[in-house]
Design a protein around this ligand. Sequence first.
Ligand code: ADP
Ligand code: MG
Length: 276
Amino acid sequence: MALCREYDALLSKTAEGSDVWRINNSGGNPVPVSCETMEILKKAREISEASGGAFNIAVGAAAALWRFTDGSAALPDADELAGAVSMSDYTNIYLGENVAAAAPGIKIDLGGIAKGYIADRIADYLKGRGVDSALINLGGNIVTVGAKRGGAPWSIGLQTPGGRHGVDFWAVVSSADGAVVTSGIYERGFALNGEWYHHILDPRTGYPVQNGLETVTICTKSSLLADALATACFVLGAEKGMELALRYGVHAIFRKHGGALDITKGLEIGFLKENG
Ligand code: ADP
Ligand code: MG
């Protein structure tokens, strides 16, 4: 928990004085950042390029207008949102040796990648302390250290969209020394006039992605990569998202509204009777 607090103080866009806060509030001037922050910013840029901008940590200005995090989420003003979208070009983020800068108006938001990084670091911390069997759950971001006691791999349940939290699962995948990360529309959002507005945004419009997907799950060694790819693949949609997953050699599960699935070959998945 102390590690989580430490990384939050480094990576949160709202924690005054964090690396991200300082980049966002320096008027475009380069600021020194920790090597941890730099590692995440570099991986974010790589995934932004690999996904043709579907993954974009410069969505911060648009994301802030939706106010998903403080419980007061509401439809933003369309003009304001368009203004925020014009301030979301990730190529306007500059990464130097150990300094970073963003053009004035750009707001970096690591919500789509930071949890993955932190989960990896917690796993490293535990391994460094001699722990050889553990499961870390940062909410949709699972990392396993070793296997279960007795040697069987951990069983990771995939939450039924709209089901009871931590109770209803529609499938199970196995994991030992790996990451299982899900991005979905059901954890954070609000309903208005029969539409469901959620927190994964199309950087080109600033509006929640509506492409028929309900969840994307990525399974691979690095949870940093899995987190970024889960968000990227969600925004890209089932077809292009699958191409990206294959390019990175990760396992992926695309679940559409109504339950239709696209799954990479070779991933073992156990299906459960849906009860959510
Ligand atoms: P979760 O937070 O549920 O694990 P994600 O990893 O998909 O889900 O991250 C969603 C968060 O990422 C949003 O709350 C926002 O902070 C940020 N975000 C939204 N849209 C994008 C995008 N297109 N690219 C990168 N980050 C995004
Ligand atoms: Mg993510």
